[in-house]
Design a protein around this ligand. Structure first.
Ligand SMILES: [Zn+2]
Length: 445
């Protein structure tokens, strides 16, 4: 750590041009789990995660739909944070917008040009990767290999580039496109320049950790790092990359999964039209906790439902044991939890421990050993808190509200959806969040 007890993290945030997909959900959840665990361990975390609110994809959509680009970005950003709230992801401590940092980006590109690391072409300003010592270190590829590879990097202006891997720091605007003034002409920053300027600008040289999805390792993160190196600045000391979200066949999946086409389908946005296919909004976090962050994770309806059942089991365990004394958590269990989490965030082991602790507590209860059970129950609650698993304690819900939830289920079984909707609306108007899954309706504040 750069400063003892304090950790600085940069997480590449969304480009706001559409609804968040499952891959976005994984990245935000993985680092939310990390952040919560670190904070639980007593470390002060500063988590910067940007909003890319100017990008080719945004401009393309604005043109296609004949809308203002800022209308798209504002709406998509609102949806993004609603989705994050829906899956209990804490808001980052800092949310810089790329468009607020354009002056600093222009300054940085000017510095790179003065030192000879960057050059202008007819369509923009590029970084010369050959001027960067150790380019390709993060991607584990040499420049020669990249030459041979080709990949999907931009071909725009390729003939004027000094090296195929050179990338745009600044892109000149075509007529009608959003543009900012610069010494080279009106245009907009390249994506890789946005993140390096905002991360160094807010967190300073040698910040602790840069993270994001595996798909960002190359070229995005490599190119961020290349600019910092070319500036002679110390960039992130550590990197963390989470694995892909894959479908049943193991293919990378960012958009569709049967009925789940994006992250919004995983949360309960009071889904009145499609009552059957609503998952517990905590289920995705549970699925991810039960997988290692570096491994690809398969998301399926069955997996989400199984996670929902585990969570319901946890909830009812907590409510069943509510009468036990509130005591300090079992120290050995918490030690084992720390050992697992400190070992490259071994959350599958931590979750195995959680459910094992639950079983031990039940055994202790069966044996009449309430003192042991109480310590174990406290440990379960502490672990859930440390990884951001919210427990729903049914005893907080008044009996008459539970009766209404039961009436709602009865109406649904009788296919009287009108009555079910009426009860749902009544509960929601009274301030309750109502979730209906195949296992029935649950109600919480
Ligand atoms: Zn980034």
């Amino acid at each position: 750590m750069r400063e003892p007890g304090r950790l600085s993290i940069y997480l590449c945030g969304p480009t706001v041009y559409g609804p968040p997909h499952l891959g976005h959900g994984r990245a935000t959840l993985v680092y939310d789990i990390l952040r919560r665990y670190l904070e639980w361990s007593g470390i002060e975390v500063r988590l910067v995660s940007n909003i890319t609110d100017i990008d080719d994809k945004i401009i393309d959509r604005a043109e296609r739909e004949g809308r203002e680009w800022s209308d798209i970005t504002t709406k998509c950003e609102n949806i993004w944070f609603r989705a994050m709230e829906g899956i209990d992801v804490l808001r980052p401590t800092d949310v810089p917008h790329a468009t607020e940092w354009v002056d600093e980006m222009v300054d940085m590109i000017s510095t790179l040009e003065s030192s000879g690391a960057a050059y202008a072409t007819s369509d923009g300003v590029y970084l010369s990767v050959e001027s960067v010592e150790g380019y390709g270190l993060l991607a584990h590829q040499s420049l020669d290999e990249m030459m041979a590879g080709g990949g999907d990097r931009e071909v725009l202006g390729a003939s004027e580039k000094r090296h195929p891997a050179d990338f745009a720091l600044w892109k000149f605007a075509k007529p009608g496109e959003p543009a900012w003034e610069s010494p080279w002409g009106a245009g907009r920053p390249g994506w890789h320049s946005e993140c390096v300027v905002m991360s160094l600008g807010l967190l300073g040289d040698g910040f602790d950790l840069h993270c994001g999805g595996q798909d960002l390792r190359f070229p995005h993160h490599e190119n961020e790092r290349a600019q910092a190196v070319a500036l002679g600045r110390e960039f992130a000391r550590h990197w963390m990359h989470n694995g892909f979200v894959v479908d049943a066949e193991g293919e990378k999946m960012s958009k569709s999964l049967g009925n789940v086409s994006n992250l919004l389908d995983l949360i309960n946005v009071s889904n009145l039209l499609d009552l059957i296919e609503v998952y517990d909004p905590r289920a995705y976090r549970m699925v991810l906790l039960q997988s290692h962050y570096r491994s690809p994770v398969g998301i399926s309806a069955d997996g989400l439902e199984a996670a929902g059942r585990s969570l319901a089991g946890l909830d009812s365990f907590i409510s069943r044991t509510a009468s036990l004394e509130d005591v300090d958590a079992d120290a050995a269990t918490l030690d084992a939890f720390r050992v697992a989490m400190d070992d490259d965030l071994d959350t599958p082991k931590a979750m195995a421990l959680l459910f094992d602790t639950m079983r031990q507590a039940n055994t202790a209860l069966d044996e009449g050993d309430d003192a042991t059970a109480a310590r174990l129950v406290s440990a379960v609650k502490v672990i859930c808190g440390a990884v951001g698993l919210r427990l729903v304690e049914p005893e907080d819900v008044p009996v008459e509200v539970l009766a209404q939830a039961a009436a709602l289920d009865a109406a649904r079984s009788a296919k009287d959806y009108e009555a079910a909707d009426a009860i749902r609306a009544e509960l929601q108007n009274a301030g309750w969040q109502v979730e209906t899954t195949r296992d029935g309706t649950t109600v919480r504040r």
